[in-house]
Design a protein around this ligand. Structure first.
Ligand code: MIC
Ligand code: SF4
Length: 645
């Protein structure tokens, strides 16, 4: 018998149903859940629709970090609703200003060996402290709060063996960018990543969390680090040493794939526009003129990162040709920086201090000027995500970001020629949980203002599916393409309004929008269909990328492959995820064609093959070979029209 991976150990200790073998469906108990406000309102409306009085997890927490702009009443209405519904249902509420969900959760609530399900794709940040932390759609998180087990495919595990130690000016972000350059951002569905080897001990928990956070960009289910002395040190500094347990894979654990990284060989890296896996060494893009630098987001806004930035900026000035924005990850980070004097260094250097929230990472302000380069420490640089059309966003480490802020051009920080500030974990962080409200329980009035609408209900599938191909897309279509955030984020609680922006980036001036075309097809009684290439639904967990298309009458997505969280969201909202049998089948379909799938329910139940016909504008017909990957439970779910019917 060979030894076990850490991921297998945590799954086994939470197993409710299924067999722990790669590719098999398992159900696991969820200990903790987290929601953020942009996905949380729907999750709680769904929880209410399920008739749940009180959550059944060990800990459930709602953070307000995404929609804090409050342009108009919508965001504040969401906050009021969330605050009241959490109080009534037994959920902690982290007030706006307390920080970004993943950073605060790591600091105050993450526990090694526990399972965490979050309605945000970067929930695997918790893997930095040894949790099995997974992102999911809001409805799946609502089900977990209701006490239901979470269903996942037992992953194949890629072991990443770290040896050596990072050299000065090379940091955790460069490790995950290197991993992204090896594994890519597509084709990793069904995998999870586990870090092991001597190099692990050289990384502190905040550095590990940078790596597990951006593991989301690989498209893997989760990423996990062992829980060791460094984990104990971090928990002790958070006055939570009692939460520490030692956890690691067996010495003879067998991984489905092993990647070896000698940390001492790594160099500063940058993810170039417009995908996190489009990675090059910074030296290859050095010298590009930059109009703004943004240091923040749940990837790189810990005390470790910002202390380093403050130390570099001490006594120096941000280059006059650019703006440097800093958004500390949490109130704790902000307080520590203030107490230690780092905040004064940042202000004196000419930084723009932004709220401790997601902000620019999700296009909420600080958008760059058109046609200019923005350098950010975030995890995603999908086209237009900064809020500027056709943006050019480079993702880098805080070291590269601060070097760039000093010189005005993309700069390899090793070229700065100044000593690298050393990082030491504080003995005690500034702990203050007063911005986390504890629930009061039953009897609390749930405040629902006029901008908060009900989640829409699904409709059962017709016997024969007949529909129009409204859009034919290429590969790596992200949920940001499907359902843009930025300026429209405030409509998250109003599905008909938000649905107007589905696939907005593909609309052409002077022509009907996607939403208008889809609604017309829906109102004529036909189904809407979207086809795409590899890796459809990358990125954000936002279930709005399924709910809003559902509202517009989309019944089927046919792609070469679909990412995990998005495929689950489609099912939850009664949209059938199908796959082309091979790339030549995709070539048969054009936008404007009709597709007929006769006896769709019977076909799904009979096996994995689905056959149909493409009907061209001139009435000619071509046969179509498709596949599905649904369990019998999933088939009945989607045929019913999803979970909310
Ligand atoms: C993101 O980083 O894309 C988001 C915004 O945090 C999303 C959630 C959302 O769209 O509300 C995510 O990562 O899941
Ligand atoms: Fe917020 Fe950006 Fe992190 Fe998403 S990736 S949770 S928007 S900081």
């Amino acid at each position: 018998m060979s030894g076990k991976t850490l991921i297998a150990k945590i799954i086994e200790s939470h197993l409710v149903d299924g067999v722990c073998e790669a590719g098999q469906e398992v159900k696991i108990r969820i200990d903790q859940t987290l929601c953020q406000d942009a996905t949380g309102t729907m999750a709680f409306l769904e929880l209410e629709a399920m008739g749940v009085d009180r959550v059944k997890t060990e800990l459930s927490i709602q953070y307000v970090d995404h929609n804090t702009n409050q342009m108009g009443p919508e965001n504040a209405n969401d906050h009021l609703y969330l605050r009241s519904v959490c109080s009534s249902k037994g959920v902690l509420f982290s007030r706006p200003g307390n920080g970004i969900c993943h950073q605060v959760h790591l600091e105050r609530y993450g526990i090694p060996g526990k399972t965490l399900l979050g309605s945000d794709s970067h929930t695997p940040t918790g893997g930095g402290i040894g949790m099995l932390a997974i992102g999911a759609g809001g409805l799946d998180v609502a089900l977990a709060m209701a006490g239901e087990p979470f269903k996942l495919t037992f992953p194949k595990v890629c072991g990443i063996k770290l040896t050596g130690a990072l050299r000065p000016w090379v940091s955790a972000k460069d490790i995950i960018l290197k991993v992204l350059s090896i594994m890519g951002s597509k084709g990793n569905v069904g995998w999870a990543v586990e870090y092991f080897g001597d190099g692990v001990a050289t990384l502190s928990v905040p550095e590990r969390a940078t790596i597990t956070n951006m593991g989301a960009e690989l498209g893997v289910t989760t990423s996990v680090f062992p829980s060791d002395e460094a984990t104990r040190e971090f928990l002790a500094a958070e006055a939570r040493e009692e939460n520490w347990v030692e956890l690691r894979a067996d010495d003879d654990a067998v991984y489905d794939r092993v990647i070896e990284l000698d940390l001492s060989e790594l160099v500063p890296m940058a993810a170039c526009p417009s995908n996190p896996a489009n990675v090059k060494p910074v030296s290859e893009v050095a010298g590009l003129p930059v109009s703004q630098v943004m240091i923040g987001s749940c990837t790189n806004s810990s005390l470790r990162d910002l202390r380093m930035v403050a130390a570099v900026l001490r006594g120096r000035q941000v280059h006059s040709g650019l703006d440097l924005g800093i958004a500390p990850g949490s109130r704790q980070v902000m307080c520590m920086l203030s107490m230690e004097g780092g905040m004064t260094d940042l202000l004196a250097a000419g930084c723009r201090i932004l709220e401790s929230a997601c902000g620019p990472c999700i296009g909420q302000g600080f958008s760059p000027a058109s046609g200019t380069i923005s350098v950010r420490t975030n995890n995603r640089n999908f086209l237009n995500r900064t809020g500027t059309k056709n943006d050019q966003c480079y993702l880098v480490s805080p070291e590269t970001a601060v070097a760039t802020a000093l010189t005005g051009v993309l700069t390899d920080p090793r070229e700065l020629g100044i000593p690298y500030p050393e990082w030491k974990m504080p003995e005690r962080f500034a702990i203050d949980d007063s911005m986390v409200l504890l629930p009061e329980g039953k009897g609390v009035e749930i405040i629902r203002k006029e901008t908060i609408g009900e989640p829409p209900k699904g409709k059962p599938f017709p016997k024969d599916l007949e529909g129009e191909v409204l859009l034919k897309l290429g590969e790596k279509i992200t949920t940001d393409h499907i359902m843009p955030a930025g300026a429209y984020l405030k409509y998250r609680s109003n599905i008909p309004r938000y649905a107007q922006y589905v696939f907005e980036c593909f609309n052409e001036p002077g022509k009907p929008t996607f939403a208008e075309r889809a609604a017309a097809v829906r109102d004529s009684g036909r189904a809407g269909i979207v086809v795409a290439g590899e890796s459809y639904g990358q990125g954000s967990s936002r279930e709005h990328a399924a709910i809003c298309p559902m509202h517009l009458g989309i019944r089927c997505i046919i792609a070469l492959s679909i990412e995990r969280i998005h495929a689950a969201n489609l099912l939850n909202f009664g949209i059938l995820p199908l796959y082309f049998a091979d790339a030549s089948e995709l070539d048969k379909v054009e936008q404007g064609d009709s597709i007929e799938l006769k006896g769709i329910g019977d076909q799904l139940r009979r096996g994995s093959d689905v056959v149909g016909e493409v009907v061209k504008a001139d009435g000619s017909r071509v046969s179509l070979r498709l596949r599905h990957l649904l369990s019998s439970e999933d088939i009945e779910l989607v045929l019913r029209g999803g979970r909310l019917v």
